[in-house]
Design a protein around this ligand. Sequence first.
Ligand code: SF4
Length: 378
Amino acid sequence: MRNGWNRTSRTSFGKRFPKSTVAVKATRQLLLDWYRVNRRDLPWRRIRDPYAVWISEAMLQQTRVETVIPYWERFLARFPDIPSLAAAEPDAVLGAWSGLGYYSRARNLHRAAKVVAAQHGGRLPDTAEGLRELPGIGRYTAGAVASIAFDRPEPVVDGNVARVLARLHGIREDTGRPAVAARLWEHAEELVRGPRPGDLNQALMELGALVCTPRAPRCPACPLRRRCAAHRAGDAESLPVRKRKAAPRSVQAVAALIVRRGRVLAVRRAPRGVLGGLWELPGGELAPRERPEAGLRRTLRERTGLAIAGAERRGEVRHLFTHRNLLLHVFRCDTPKGRVRLVDFDAHRWLAPTALAELPQAALTRKALSLALFSPAQ
Ligand code: SF4
């Protein structure tokens, strides 16, 4: 009984729990049995390398499994272990992440790999507590890696797990409230204490992804249907309760392909914020009621030190960020005047257009670049 699951259990944070009730044991057995038969064959489930598990958990946050699989495979092929990731150039790491979004995850992975290489002999700490000391690893990721890779009885609560637990226990309060979120973590903790904690956590996540879905949960196919408060009450689809989020703010911005002697200008964002460390076309946000052409002149002057005589409009790109609904006006400008002096950006390069496409960049920049290169002037 490696984790002492049939007596008092203790997570790596030192909290003690009483032994599991019969009902909790029965619930976890139903979950484990269901998972054994229904689990998807995902590439990171075929190996037990803690590094590979960590990369998969970092990529899966806010991102669908189908999207993650090819990124995970390419990332592992390029950086097969912690030393290779720690030794990589930031551009190489961001390049391997390009298009996956939420780029702070890639920057944090890189920073954490350097810490593990320098302070832990290249081996990930094997407890949730040790993992949480690393940059960018919060309670969820620490619990997922500790349980899946190291068999630690550590809970996880992500969106899928929160939905299953809120329905199972009939929690009809806003799960965004800290006290309600704490209850979900307690329920996850009581379930994870026992054998195969990694499988148990993955069973909860998998059930949320495949059966207990946000809309139209498939209760007849659910192993927990006889124990589920929401199924009994018939209100599963209205759970979990979440306070309505504020609508994303509408923002307009401009970006330009600036051409000088056959080369184009790429600028790199400082390494912070949503798109930090990525390369893009220079430009910036428009002021309220500012016209795009005027805004382009102003932002280029303020942020790159360049003055342009005119600009050809090439089109628009729309992109929805978590809190912003962006409309980007894309231009092309030839032979700007002045020397590059950067504000907000931390590097620039004059490159052949094909070389610019090779730099790590967001999906938004790829679309803008394609418009600037291939769309006719409007
Ligand atoms: Fe979700 Fe329905 Fe299963 Fe309850 S019975 S956990 S609502 S799928």
